[in-house]
Each structure stands twice: as structure tokens, then as C-alpha cells.
Design a protein around this ligand. Structure first.
Ligand code: CUA
Length: 158
């Protein structure tokens, strides 16, 4: 069978691109601990503000040394707006929304979740070094969307 050299070139180029893209996904998954969300927990958005799981917002240290952060994402702020966690320890974020879809992205880290009303978004990550991170809402949620941000301060682990 005769295959034109140009056609042959593009067949290999296309196959090479597929391999490149697929390996970048695998590389990201292992090197940056990137993975799709796997936590499914529902909540009634109309009572999310008074739900016992979100009664106390902020940082809670667990007896096993891990840290849990409970956050309410709402038009147009995160509560609490400033979060302080220790470095070098697993931090589990639990976020929900009482109104519309928001985003919860910890810029320059692998922490990023979509906050859908009716669900509790949960992910765990570890911040290796102390520093300051910006948290932004990356889902358009209304006129104040661009104002919706928070601060995460990673402190020297105790
Ligand atoms: Cu919340 Cu955009």
C-alpha cells in the first residue's frame, strides 16, 4: 500500500501528539497529585448556613495531627476570608455554597474545586513550605464575582 510521504508525516505527528497529551495527564496526576474529585456528600443549600457541618467555619486541628478547614463560599466572599494552616501536614478543605456555583482555587497550588450548591466539595492537600496563597472564585457567580477572593496563610508547622 502506498502512503504519500506528507500523509505519513501527519499520521506520525498526530499519533505523537496523542501520546504527548496522554502522558502530560499521567505526569500531572503523579507529579502534582492532580485527580478528579471523588467525594460525594449532599447538603440542602437553603439550610447550609445553619447545617451543623458548617456551623463552625474555619480551621480545626484533628487529634491525628491532620487539619480540617470548613469554608462557606457565597456571593461574594469566602467565610472565613483568611485561613491559617500549618505547613507539612495534610489539610482537608470542606466547602459548600448556600446560593450559586462558585469556584475555590488556591492559586499556585493543586487545590482547586468547583463549589456546587447541594454538595460538599472536599479535597486534601499538603503545603510543603510556609507562604501566602491567594484564593479566588473561578466560576462566574454574579456582579461581584471579581471581588470574591480570600487568603491562605501557610505557617511554619508546629
Ligand atoms: Cu463566586 Cu465567582
Amino acid at each position: 500500500m502506498h502512503v504519500d510521504p506528507y500523509e505519513k508525516f501527519w499520521m506520525f505527528a498526530a499519533a505523537g501528539l496523542i501520546v504527548l497529551f496522554a502522558s502530560s495527564v499521567v505526569y500531572g496526576a503523579f507529579s502534582y497529585a492532580g485527580h478528579p474529585p471523588s467525594h460525594v456528600e449532599t447538603i440542602d443549600p437553603s439550610t447550609a448556613r445553619t447545617d451543623p457541618r458548617f456551623a463552625e467555619l474555619g480551621v480545626v486541628e484533628k487529634p491525628d495531627g491532620s487539619v480540617e478547614v470548613v469554608v462557606l463560599a457565597q456571593m461574594f466572599s469566602f467565610m472565613p476570608g483568611e485561613i491559617r494552616v500549618p505547613a507539612g501536614r495534610p489539610v482537608t478543605f470542606r466547602v459548600t455554597s448556600p446560593d450559586v456555583i462558585h469556584g475555590f482555587q488556591i492559586v499556585a497550588s493543586n487545590g482547586n474545586a468547583t463549589i456546587v450548591p447541594g454538595y460538599v466539595s472536599q479535597f486534601t492537600t499538603t503545603f510543603a513550605k510556609p507562604g501566602e496563597y491567594l484564593i479566588v472564585c473561578n466560576e462566574y457567580c454574579g456582579l461581584g464575582h471579581h471581588l470574591m477572593s480570600g487568603r491562605l496563610i501557610v505557617e511554619e508547622g508546629a
